[in-house]
Design a protein around this ligand. Sequence first.
Ligand SMILES: Cc1cc2nc3c(=O)[nH]c(=O)nc-3n(C[C@H](O)[C@H](O)[C@H](O)COP(=O)(O)OP(=O)(O)OC[C@H]3O[C@@H](n4cnc5c(N)ncnc54)[C@H](O)[C@@H]3O)c2cc1C
Length: 320
Amino acid sequence: MFISNSFGLTVKAKNFLSINTPKDLSKLDIIQDNSILILGACTNVILNKDLTKTIVQVNFKDIKIYEDYLSVGGGLNWADLIEYCLNNSLYGLENLTHIPGSVGAAPVQNIGAYGVEVSSFIHSVECFNLLSQQQETIERDQCRFEYRNSIFKSKNYIILKVNFIFSKTFEPDLSYPALANYLKHNSIDAKSLTPKLLSESIKNLRNSRLPDPNLDPNVGSIFKNPLVKTNDFDRNFLIGHRWEQGNGVTKLSAARLIELIKPELSIPETLRIYEHHSLVLINNGEATFNDVKNLLDQIGVKIFNKFNIELEIEPEIISS
Ligand SMILES: Cc1cc2nc3c(=O)[nH]c(=O)nc-3n(C[C@H](O)[C@H](O)[C@H](O)COP(=O)(O)OP(=O)(O)OC[C@H]3O[C@@H](n4cnc5c(N)ncnc54)[C@H](O)[C@@H]3O)c2cc1C
């Protein structure tokens, strides 16, 4: 069967297991752990053309309200959860509006945007542990959430449900400069801001900066913004494109680094770096897995040689 993905690569898989009920988990017994590939909506993966592993996809989409948290099935669209929260006075996720993908994938790279990370709203994550072959609940402080990272990157867990805690009062985080500028430019002041207006503003902001994968196939940011030791770099290096994190750590703009080496790149016709955001790679059509891999390697090497900075690829590169 063909696997649809937001980068528009032609991908075929031989074996597919859809987890629709807890009973389906028993079917995992007969598959070796290292032959399982867990996929959600495929908006953050670069896939090779013939996948040999068994694709496992979680299809629980239910939302249940408990006293302490909201339990959400891993197969639900992230956009549907945002909509649900806006309609039910559950506050906090507004800045994460319009991020494509599924709820189950959100904790994996601790999705974040406009100064907010999903980990701030996670109570616990219900998983199937592929090593112990048991279901377990992992509390937030055991999830090892960091910038675009978590324990779930280990590939040992299938996320079945994510349990969220939300604010009961609307206390928006408007500190991110691009968001603050947007609100100012559109004469929206903090006092008149509602959750729906904030969510709508984020959507407009994203649409003005990021390409629509349906028109320009992409996976969002292709590299993580590198975290470096502040003292290793001149304080004027990448000025305006760096964010001090405290504790002697600085986050640098990967987009800016790519802009600086872009003239030296040899980019195949099948790919292009998005005109309005250098961190987004677009499939012009007919791009292959190797086209993408080679270009990412080329970018990584050039940036390392020029600035002594190692870039980390953000989407998962899946070769088999
Ligand atoms: C236009 C665009 C904009 C984007 N903007 C942002 C952004 O602002 N911030 C951001 O953080 N990300 C962003 N992304 C990346 C992407 O949307 C997120 O990473 C999203 O959470 C991926 O969801 P998915 O269901 O498509 O996961 P997939 O791409 O299918 O999988 C991603 C990873 O999660 C694992 N995974 C998926 N489901 C499960 C599960 N149930 N259990 C265990 N592991 C699982 C997969 O094995 C894989 O490693 C963007 C992508 C696009 C295309």
